[in-house]
Design a protein around this ligand. Structure first.
Ligand code: ZN
Length: 170
């Protein structure tokens, strides 16, 4: 399966720690955008399936593309439903982080840059430092089960933190 929900866990943990300045939606958008590459090559049975977008260089570009995409969506929503967007911006830290340009930029970049690292641990065809090097220093750093467990733990940590932000209602 090219799209892994496990990757959303670390993003949720960062959202939990920096809710007002981090967009988890942009983080997730960058993750999905990068795995469109895997889906494309899997469908065409063309290997390796992890290529440019799974390098730090390509992932940064994908993160910026996700940022622009999310900014366009927020801007369009702001034009169509200005009152709703303004009230969301003023409502909670969680919503502010999802809607401000800084939050979207940080979320998009974090989503992009974390992807080659997370995929690099478990996929031998990931080359995080291409086009400069084919070496993947992350491969096998920890086992796949441990990686997924860490992602789930990060998600749970994030959910607890986000709940605390909500409790403060700030
Ligand atoms: Zn991937």
């Amino acid at each position: 399966m090219p799209f892994t929900p496990f990757h959303f866990g670390p993003g949720l943990a960062v959202k939990g720690m920096g809710a007002p300045v981090f967009s988890w939606s942009a983080f997730a958008a960058a993750q999905v955008l990068i795995d469109c590459e895997t889906l494309y090559y899997l469908l065409h049975k063309d290997y390796p399936v992890h290529r440019f977008l799974h390098s730090f260089l390509g992932a940064t570009a994908a993160g910026l593309a996700a940022t622009i995409l999310c900014l366009v969506v927020v801007r369009a929503a702001g034009l169509r439903r200005p009152r709703l967007v303004m009230s969301l911006l003023g409502s909670t830290s969680i919503a502010r982080g999802e809607l401000t340009s800084l939050g979207i930029l940080l979320g998009g970049l974090a989503g992009g840059l974390s992807h080659p690292f997370l995929d690099g641990i478990m996929h031998p065809d990931v080359r995080p430092f291409m086009p400069w090097s084919d070496y993947n220093p992350f491969l096998g750093l920890i086992g796949v089960a441990q990686l997924h467990l860490a992602c789930v733990a990060a998600a749970l940590f994030g959910v607890v933190c986000v709940t605390l932000w909500r409790g403060r209602n700030a």
